[in-house]
Design a protein. Sequence first.
Lengths: 281, 281, 307, 307
Amino acid sequence: MIQQTAEILSHRKLGDEYHLLSIVAPEIAEAAKPGQFVNLRPAADKHFILRRPFSIYRVNRRGDWAATIEVVFDVRGGGTAALAALRPHDLIDVVGPIGRPFTMPTRQKSCLLVGGGVGAVPLFFLAEELRAIDKRVDTLWGAATASRLVNSIDAKRLGAMAMFTTEDGSEGTRGFVTDVLPEMISKCGTEVIYACGPNAMLAAVTAVGTRHRIPVQVAMEALMGCGIGICMTCVQPVWNKEGTEVMHVRTCVDGPIFNGARISWDAYAPKVHARPVPAGN
Amino acid sequence: MIQQTAEILSHRKLGDEYHLLSIVAPEIAEAAKPGQFVNLRPAADKHFILRRPFSIYRVNRRGDWAATIEVVFDVRGGGTAALAALRPHDLIDVVGPIGRPFTMPTRQKSCLLVGGGVGAVPLFFLAEELRAIDKRVDTLWGAATASRLVNSIDAKRLGAMAMFTTEDGSEGTRGFVTDVLPEMISKCGTEVIYACGPNAMLAAVTAVGTRHRIPVQVAMEALMGCGIGICMTCVQPVWNKEGTEVMHVRTCVDGPIFNGARISWDAYAPKVHARPVPAGN
Amino acid sequence: MAVDMSVDLAGIKLRSPIVTASGCFASGREISEFIDLNSIGAVVVKSMTVEPWPGKPTPRMAETPSGMLNAIGLQNKGVEHFLAVDLPWLLQQDVPVIASIAGNTVGEFIQVADRLRRAEGVAAIEVNISCPNLEDRNNMFAHDPRATASVIGAVQRSVSVPVFAKLSPNVTNIVEIAEAAVEAGAHGLSLINTVVGMAIDIETARPKLAGVLGGLSGPAIRPIAVRAVFEVHRALPQVPIIGMGGVMTHEDAIELIMVGATAVAIGTANFINPKATQEINQEMSAWLGARGLRSVSALKGQVKLEG
Amino acid sequence: MAVDMSVDLAGIKLRSPIVTASGCFASGREISEFIDLNSIGAVVVKSMTVEPWPGKPTPRMAETPSGMLNAIGLQNKGVEHFLAVDLPWLLQQDVPVIASIAGNTVGEFIQVADRLRRAEGVAAIEVNISCPNLEDRNNMFAHDPRATASVIGAVQRSVSVPVFAKLSPNVTNIVEIAEAAVEAGAHGLSLINTVVGMAIDIETARPKLAGVLGGLSGPAIRPIAVRAVFEVHRALPQVPIIGMGGVMTHEDAIELIMVGATAVAIGTANFINPKATQEINQEMSAWLGARGLRSVSALKGQVKLEG
Ligand SMILES: Cc1cc2nc3c(=O)[nH]c(=O)nc-3n(C[C@H](O)[C@H](O)[C@H](O)COP(=O)(O)OP(=O)(O)OC[C@H]3O[C@@H](n4cnc5c(N)ncnc54)[C@H](O)[C@@H]3O)c2cc1C
Ligand SMILES: Cc1cc2nc3c(=O)[nH]c(=O)nc-3n(C[C@H](O)[C@H](O)[C@H](O)COP(=O)(O)OP(=O)(O)OC[C@H]3O[C@@H](n4cnc5c(N)ncnc54)[C@H](O)[C@@H]3O)c2cc1C
Ligand SMILES: Cc1cc2nc3c(=O)[nH]c(=O)nc-3n(C[C@H](O)[C@H](O)[C@H](O)COP(=O)(O)O)c2cc1C
Ligand SMILES: Cc1cc2nc3c(=O)[nH]c(=O)nc-3n(C[C@H](O)[C@H](O)[C@H](O)COP(=O)(O)O)c2cc1C
Ligand code: FES
Ligand code: FES
């Protein structure tokens, strides 16, 4: 992990909903691996605003000193609104690359990438790296509606086979990725699944994978206070190796990539203390 | 007083130290009188920053819908830094015109305007209005050094006679305005004095005026929480009419122009409670 | 379908839950140049004392991150001036008037209350007990349940209108103080007053406030206000609360209502935006309408803890 | 002429007054990728308990104006893990280590202290008494002078290194708690811990924290921290204080030193800027140098109240 003030090379819209920021950050681009993220400081607001984590969409290592990382995001609140206002040559404070990347398959040859909504972002980088080591890559992309699919033009070309599902049927099959997942697995002879998207989707994909005895690597999101492993805000409920106990594991530096089978998905049912007592930090 | 979101017409440097913002605000320009000020919101920062008060430097009523007010300032901290970053067509939230203006002389013909540093600002507007009613206007400008004088070129032309003092002698007479004030009073046959600048200067000018039996109107500064008379942060220690008691009078709406003889100047010796007790607001 | 913004505050019918915070609205005359006073729920005026108070020396204010410190020292012209000048003007504005009262002894509180009892048109009294108690080593009344009870009890016996106790957040257990106030006869509670704080100008090594200590207000303290309203409402669900502390937007006001406030007072926001009260009222109504909610009172205390 | 940044903290020689705030620096390993640990005064590690604690469910964090709320629930791997893994690593870094300890009973505090006594290389112990006391209806130890005294007394008797009591600002009279801690044998005081607060997501009507209540930190609370350090130092001028609360810049740190802090801990600032501690140390040294001051200790308690 390094921290640096970096220059915005370019900022363009990706479809109607997403922004693509290209940031000049040679060392980070050099070190970055698929599944890792960067933590951006939206503005050097003296009244302070926490950093915002974003998956690395692509790295461009051509021309070392000018090597860039790319992030893709949609405007949700104050932080992403500030990022959406950045112009070329503006400076931004970046920490990265952060986290455990996707594990590259050794024996397995056939990889299926499943992305939900903006969760598709880290899979573009992953697909390139998998093909670079001659793996078969198939992709399955889901979203609420067509405009929520990230760069579907490129998405089609990323792998051998590409399928889309939207909840409103505006593109591809109407429904959820899990409706077509089993069919794809058998068609593509999938041996390993990489998934990123909402927790509900990741849980469902993991379930399907487990049924087919296929390992599923999931990229998790969490609220992050620091993004560098020092605050403990970002934990996921993860079964220990023995499967005897659920541990709280940091998403930022111990994740964001986890073995789907190890996540205690049912722990996500909202839990709130009935009798709140002043919190020990 | 009105509040409006106004457009920046122009922003230029005035000498090395000062910024001049021209703001399109027809109603405020229409109503403004010399000595009044506007309260500007430096940025619609959601983390909030209080408004900043600025004297009205000039109004430009030509072309009603496009009538502008002008403010002149130097960068001191966060608020003025934000204002210094404004560009033409940017929008700014303005409240104004605020406060009791200078009182125009009725009998008296000969007016002396004394400005210290950035305190010179409201005297430009005043000079124009006094000459519009055929008063004799003389001006005396003081500052630490030449670059701290506001627009000395125009300043020279504002009245019949213009004198300058700087503490380092870099322009005009070396010293303080009060060193040349008595001489000017006799030369110009001054009947009324208008002064704006640091408290120490206003106190000294008031003393000279009183000795010569000349009324002195002073424009006071104060920290302002609201600028519209509702918070009581901006009070000055002012003698009541009978001279029996010092009252705390709001600078923003009861001032900023006061009769110098009524200000309890010695009340400014820093007073701090020896045994602090939690403050009732 | 118009949204019903009216609320019943301890028997007082308010057009809107949005009211003003004492000391942040003077008596309404200045702000009436910017807004329609009858677009808001009530005007809570600056705390008044028996005699005029000169307040503290300057500087009285310092800006802090997302907040401000003030040490005004309750400068006010006294209850007689309120009755002679401010109240008559307010009564022409068709908006309920809540009189905030302060003092340094129980006796002083009683004297102000007595004068107000004989006046027409005061809808309620808010008792600002965040005042040093001269009879108890300058401890704040609001910091001690017994002192709180004695002031509230005395005021409540002297007047016939609802009495609100204005609580301080600078205590270990605000619920204990709230209970003492209610047992002593308070009909409602106003919370929170400012959080005691301090700031230094490091170049001069002097406190930024002549009063050294000051009261922190503004968005910085909103989480403290939400917690206070939440805990007091849980302990005393029947007691009407005027919630306040750092409310800048309608979302902030809704947050306080969801944890139990019946009305929400706007303080520091008026300094930055003189139209804050009116705009927050309009935007809250729009927010409710957009969600098909027909009355603001439906939101009260609706925070979901379980499941 | 180099500025002398070293300070003596309860007999511990620190290279710099800038230390880390417990729970905002883990045990230093992560941040050592960004800064030189021996450029700062000391590492105060995350509070540790006898057994590992799982902490609270998520969400554990919410951003607020100029601050953040957290409800981590003191998740930590326990004292044995600290002794086996973190301490040995830290001892290679040539920076004093201050161990923060926590518990829900006096007994738990004693057990952690006992284990640490037998370890080499812990320079001091910070006792985090902002913990619910299971033996007293979950009241925070730090909210009661007697509970504070019993914990501090017990810990102080079990160890041979200086003991710092970490105080909570959520009390009516922090000086009373400070005095109780010092009488019970605390060699120094750390203040302030977070301010209890709460935030609601109005669209879901749910608390933003699974723990419902959380601790407010960051610039929003700095005026509260300055006031706390100021009052405690006035009452106990001889007692060394580690001041903290919303320090983002060297100016903020100097403010706390001027009101009486010997050292200044950096917490939330590390989350935004991993280099915060090192940069604040460098900028403070430059600030002193630019003013011809030769040592940081000359600033301590220099705030001018009179004239
Ligand atoms: C590892 C990781 C990778 C991510 N990658 C991407 C990406 O490639 N593209 C993208 O658009 N978004 C991504 N997100 C989500 C992104 O961080 C949030 O959308 C963003 O922080 C929202 O900030 P805001 O100020 O606009 O929203 P606000 O609602 O104002 O944020 C308020 C708070 O909530 C936090 N927050 C809000 N939504 C999320 C979320 N979904 N996950 C984590 N924190 C959140 C913010 O950090 C902030 O602390 C990622 C999140 C994580 C943890
Ligand atoms: C009636 C009036 C008229 C003024 N006219 C002018 C003018 O024409 N040109 C000009 O350059 N300045 C003028 N000032 C001073 C100007 O308001 C301050 O310089 C400005 O507020 C500084 O803000 P800042 O954020 O840059 O400084 P900061 O130091 O960051 O301000 C911090 C706080 O101090 C307050 N403050 C700082 N200095 C002053 C001051 N001298 N007077 C009042 N408040 C202050 C700010 O409002 C803010 O609350 C005037 C002040 C008043 C009261
Ligand atoms: C300048 C100022 C003056 C105040 N004066 C009073 C007062 O006279 N009586 C009172 O009960 N509260 C007073 N308060 C406290 C406010 O009524 C309110 O409780 C507090 O400011 C929190 O709300 P806010 O964050 O919206 O300002 C004052 C606050 C400020 C900022
Ligand atoms: C995420 C987080 C975790 C914390 N954990 C602890 C802790 O374990 N023990 C402790 O004594 N204080 C803990 N604190 C409090 C800090 O040490 C510090 O007292 C407080 O945050 C104020 O300082 P700051 O504003 O610089 O963060 C924690 C604070 C935060 C924000
Ligand atoms: S975000 Fe701080 S530990 Fe992961
Ligand atoms: S600044 Fe608020 S009353 Fe003058």
